[in-house]
Design a protein around this ligand. Structure first.
Ligand code: SF4
Length: 381
């Protein structure tokens, strides 16, 4: 059945909010948060650690810290608490992105049972299973993902356990990788160009002859498809493959994006069919899936990426994140002065709905003739 991706209209009169049909929390995040809080509740007096941020949402992480949970690493793998200070009585929760086999092993050696408090999302595990299937058939695993992202690092570690593996972060890198496949670039350059993104003992001349592609669950669907199509075409041309023989060199891959990433992106495309003055995207600034929603919106209209309603200073000023330059900037006069202002609103998979509600209420408060906000919002509860 065709899914409906038309946005929901919240008509405040002079302000019209078009809310994406699908937005916000996904199964994996809800599940992880629930397990984390239950762990805190069931283990009074125990030291509870999170391997890294639970999800890419500052409010949820601050809430966990307020309950006494400590982070061992930041989300770039930087050590905040030394492993030497942990003991077998401690509880370490694995976040929704999963973790590397190396870290799991390290914790197990201390005597910490990681499987008991593992909140790895099943959709991330699905990617690991897919890599394993590819690896078993002797394909090299190409991972399309952000090389420093926890999920990609975890997927890379699992893939590299069974097969040669390389991470490509975007189409530009996929094109460079294809030059090594075609023999157009000197193999020695690969090790410098893809530093930190290939498995131990990777051989450029040997390990790029049979490949399969998986991806981080939160990438942009169109990029993921384009990269897989590009690499497949390169293999077809290099080895003169036909539709019947292509599987000899290129594993039959479908993307491994998760349902939430896909639905949130499709809902943004549906929302963008509505003509509006601006878009507001709510989510953590280091959230991969949220940044892709921003990317889709900003191709069409002025877009403001914020992580809380507090960033909307007034009807005249908004502090928002530019994820290309990785800095917050102030934009003045972001709200047009007109009879009816139309705003598209969505949020990423790690953003609590309460934040979106806060943003909508803040925006509506700037319009003196706006319809009753609570009454309108209650219709949808
Ligand atoms: S975004 Fe997808 S893969 Fe990540 S936690 Fe949510 S459901 Fe799981």
């Amino acid at each position: 059945m065709k899914k409906d991706f038309t946005p929901t209209l919240l008509d405040f009169g002079p302000l019209q909010i078009y809310l994406a049909r699908h937005f916000g929390f996904c199964y994996g995040v809800e599940n992880a948060i629930e397990i984390a809080f239950r762990t805190v509740e069931e283990n009074p007096g125990k030291r509870i650690f999170l391997l890294s941020e639970m999800i890419h949402n500052p409010q949820v992480n601050a809430d966990l810290q307020a309950h006494g949970v400590q982070f061992i690493q930041d989300n770039y793998g930087k050590q905040l608490i030394s492993f030497d200070t942990l003991n077998a009585d401690d509880i370490v929760i694995i976040p929704a992105f999963g973790t590397t086999l190396e870290l799991e092993d390290k914790l197990n050696k201390i005597g910490i049972q990681t499987e008991k408090y593992d909140t790895t999302c099943p959709f991330v595990e699905k990617v690991w299973n897919r890599s394993e299937q590819i690896a078993k058939k002797n394909y090299t695993v190409i991972i399309h993902g952000k090389p420093k992202h926890e999920e990609t690092r975890a997927t890379f570690s699992h893939a590299a356990f069974s097969a040669p593996a390389v991470i490509v972060k975007d189409m530009a890198q996929a094109i460079e990788l294809s030059k090594y496949i075609k023999g157009e670039k000197k193999p020695a350059k690969f090790y410098e160009e893809f530093k930190g993104q290939y498995s131990d003992d990777f051989s450029v001349t040997h390990d790029l002859q049979r490949i399969g592609v998986v991806n981080q669950t939160t990438m942009l669907a169109s990029d993921t498809q384009a990269i897989a199509d590009h690499l497949k075409q390169v293999m077809i041309e290099k080895y003169n493959l036909t539709p019947e023989t292509v599987e000899e060199r290129f594993a039959d891959t479908r993307d491994t994006l998760c349902y939430a990433t896909l639905e949130n992106q499709q809902a943004v495309s549906g929302m963008l069919q509505t003509t509006a003055d601006l878009a507001v995207v709510v989510g953590g600034y280091n959230s991969s899936n949220t940044s892709h929603l921003v990317e889709l919106c900003e191709e069409n209209l002025p877009t403001y990426f914020i992580n809380s309603e507090e960033k909307i200073f007034s009807p005249k000023e908004i502090l928002h994140y530019n994820f290309h330059t990785k800095e917050e900037i102030v934009t003045k006069n972001y709200l047009p002065e007109k009879k009816t202002v139309k705003i598209l609103v969505t949020s990423g998979a790690s953003c609590p709905d309460a934040l979106v509600e806060g943003v909508i209420k803040k925006l509506a408060s700037f319009f003196t003739d706006a319809n009753n906000i609570d009454k309108l919002i209650n219709q949808f509860e």
